[in-house]
Every structure is written in C-alpha cells, then in structure tokens.
Design a protein around this ligand. Sequence first.
Ligand SMILES: [Zn+2]
Length: 250
Amino acid sequence: MNRIASILFLFFWIPAVAMAQSGGLVEAGKAAFAAATLTNEQVAGYSRQAVQQMDAKYPVAGPNDPYMQRLNRIVNRHRTISGIPINYKVYKTRDINAFATADGSVRVFQGLMDIMTDQEILAVIGHEIGHVVNKDSRDAMKSALWRAAGINALASTSGTVGKLSRSQLSGVADYLLGAKHSRDQETEADDYSYQFLKRNGYSVLALATSFEKLAKQGGSGVPQFLSTHPDSRARAARVRNRARSEGLAR
Ligand SMILES: [Zn+2]
C-alpha cells in the first residue's frame, strides 16, 4: 500500500472503529443478527419465559375463581385454534386489556371481563389469536428480544433456548405489553376474529360491540388496550358494514 492510500485508509477507518466501540454499533449489529436467526421454536420458548414472568407479576385467578370459571366456560370449545394449542389465564386487575403471545398463551384481564359479554370476550380473544396466527406476535417478540434483552447471549446458544435473566425478562415483558402493531396488522387480526366468530356460529357483531365498548372507555386513564388499538369506532363500523354485506346484520 502506498503512503497516500494508507493515509486515506486510516482516515476512514479510525472514525469507524471509534464509532462502533463508543456507540455500540457492533453490539446492535450482533443483536439484529441473532434476532433474525431465531427459529419459531426459540421465539415460542422465549415467549413462554416472558409470559411466566408476567404470570408471576400479575395476580392470576385460581381454578375456583369465578372469573377463571367463566373464562373456562367461554373458551371450552377453543383449546386449540388454527392448530395452535392455547393456554388461558385471567389476571385479576382492573385493566381493560388482553394479550396473546407467540407460544399460544392468552391472558385476559378482569377489567375487560367486567365490561364485556361472553361473545365480546371471544371476539377480543379471536383478535389476539389473529396476531399469533399472522405471526405478528412472533415478530413483536423478536423485536422485544432485540431491544430489551442483551441478545449476545442468545447468539451463543444457537439452536437452543437460553434462560433469560430476570431483568432481561422484565424488559421483554414491558416491551411486549407496550408493543404496537401496524394498522394493517390490526385490520388483518380483526378479519381473523370475524371469521373465527362466524365459523363457530357466534354473532360477528360481538366484534363491533366490543370495539364500541372500548371506544367508550376513553378519557382519563385510557387503558393500554385502547392506546395500542386505535380507531375503535372506525373498526366497529367496518365490521358492521361487512356483516351487512354478508346478510349477517341489518
Ligand atoms: Zn391488535
């Protein structure tokens, strides 16, 4: 290498190295790579760990709790949905919320059960399962692992599911609870729920009324479920229009 080329090389090389070391670019690069190479099974395994963390953090209704008994009755025919085995639990807090994770865990909060009918609860569950079936939950989990957990440990456990630390898990759980899906993902999850209700002989309008109830909950202390699922009224109208066009509503 002649002298000029060598100087140019140093000129461009030194800042790049300094930036990577100070700004964590190398770490971020490794994390992105590790998250991208996780298998579906690994993502499900990490999701299960995150749910176990949330089950330890929230008050879970026991088998004899009236809320759990009601949920069991509602979902009795739906232990497997679209080939995915589902495990259900109720969190006994006033939050109006529900979520599903990539491992097939569905968690319904007491506050949601308090304001919704059985079929509306099924409509919400159908929507959340829609995110799992459509792989939105898997992608959200990959994103959570990348952003909230130091992913380097995962790269070295290729092919297996490493045990996440308590702080990693709580970061992942917080990220998942605050995760926002895109508008298109929400629309597709709504469509999944609509089909789920229809093929099981429920009223598809339960999806519309569940959104209308959520829309009414606005104002102070807007529940998380609302903030991550915007435009409840528009989505209810969309469901009603479709039901009318299919002769399922007036
Ligand atoms: Zn959603």
